[in-house]
Write a protein that binds this ligand. Structure first.
Ligand code: MN
Ligand code: MN
Length: 306
């Protein structure tokens, strides 16, 4: 049997990277040693902080795989954000907390739960299989849950996520609030990235009914700091709109301290933002009070109003 490649979505966030590492540990503990943690893109600063803190190597960067390779998918089941040759590889397992968007012609292990983070499901899988979670793995898992739920403050956060964080903090011997804030803050450092990289760090192609869109997000501790780059960001967004024939590009600058997002919206369908949130875009931007979750507070309401 060949190797099994484990990876999450393109423009990987902390959960996608950590899920590929944790799933590899899980598989090894189940006795499957021929597994490789992979990633489909550059690490962000938050993920770098976590990997440095724990002292683990980043997963291997891949772009595509050959026909027949075996894979495990984590933190996504969306073919649009995976490898080009997905139709010809063999998916063994999927563990995810998003919408189900994939079809296969063969059976597979598929675990999806509407929780805040893939690691909350992984935590349950370790328990169900009576597998021990060691300190490093616990720290990784904890970090991913803090990242996806913005320190348990996002509306995507469930009781299961909170419980996992509580238990994992004990194993990790960490005060998750202090550690989590440091980790989230590390993720707000975008000073070394180009405008294009910033726009792509956490960008998702999403069709809002017929409206072809990108919804991208960046975390910050200071919205005005990021807004200093507004004209450069807009120039970059307009370029991406042209290249991809988009109707809408929403760039969310999310304040992790106060839980609000400043949106910059461009494209011929930018007015959907005004309709969806009852705001007026002034110079292409508006503050969206209390909005932090793309999955819960942006995609559904934008789809409804598209
Ligand atoms: Mn993710
Ligand atoms: Mn996730």
């Amino acid at each position: 049997m060949g190797k099994i490649y484990i990876f999450g979505h393109k423009n990987p966030d902390t959960d996608s990277i950590i899920s590929s590492l944790v799933m590899a540990d899980f598989e090894k503990k189940l006795g499957n040693n021929d597994v490789v943690s992979c990633r489909l893109g550059m690490l962000n600063k938050e993920t770098e902080y976590v990997l440095n803190y724990v002292g683990v190597e980043a997963p291997e960067l891949i772009e595509d795989l050959e026909d027949g390779q075996e894979v495990i998918l984590v933190d996504t089941a969306n073919p649009g954000e995976l490898i080009p040759n997905l139709a010809n590889v063999k998916i063994r397992k999927i563990v995810d907390h998003h919408q189900v968007l994939i079809n296969t012609s063969y059976p597979l292990f598929y675990r999806a739960e509407p929780v805040g983070c893939t690691e909350t499901i992984m935590y349950k899988l370790y328990k169900e299989n009576n597998l021990k979670i060691d300190k490093k793995i616990a720290t990784l898992m904890l970090s991913a849950i803090i990242s996806d739920t913005l320190l348990l403050k996002s509306p995507t956060c469930t009781e299961d996520d909170k419980n996992a964080v509580k238990e994992l903090s004990k194993i990790a011997e960490l005060n998750y609030e202090t550690y989590g804030l440091e980790m989230l803050k590390a993720g707000t450092d975008i000073s070394s990235f180009t405008i294009d990289q910033i726009l792509n760090l956490d960008a998702k192609f999403i069709n809002l009914k017929e409206v072809k869109s990108i919804i991208a997000q960046v975390n910050t501790a200071s919205i005005p700091e990021v807004m200093k780059m507004k004209s450069d960001l807009e120039a970059g967004m307009n370029k991406i709109i042209k290249e991809n024939n988009l109707d809408l590009f929403m760039f969310l600058i999310t304040d992790i301290i106060n839980s609000n997002s400043q949106v910059i919206a461009l494209g011929q369908k930018a007015n959907i933002v005004e309709k969806a949130y009852g705001v007026k875009l002034e110079n292409n931007t508006a503050l969206l009070h209390g909005v932090v979750s793309r999955k819960k507070q942006v995609v559904p309401i934008m789809t409804e109003n598209a």
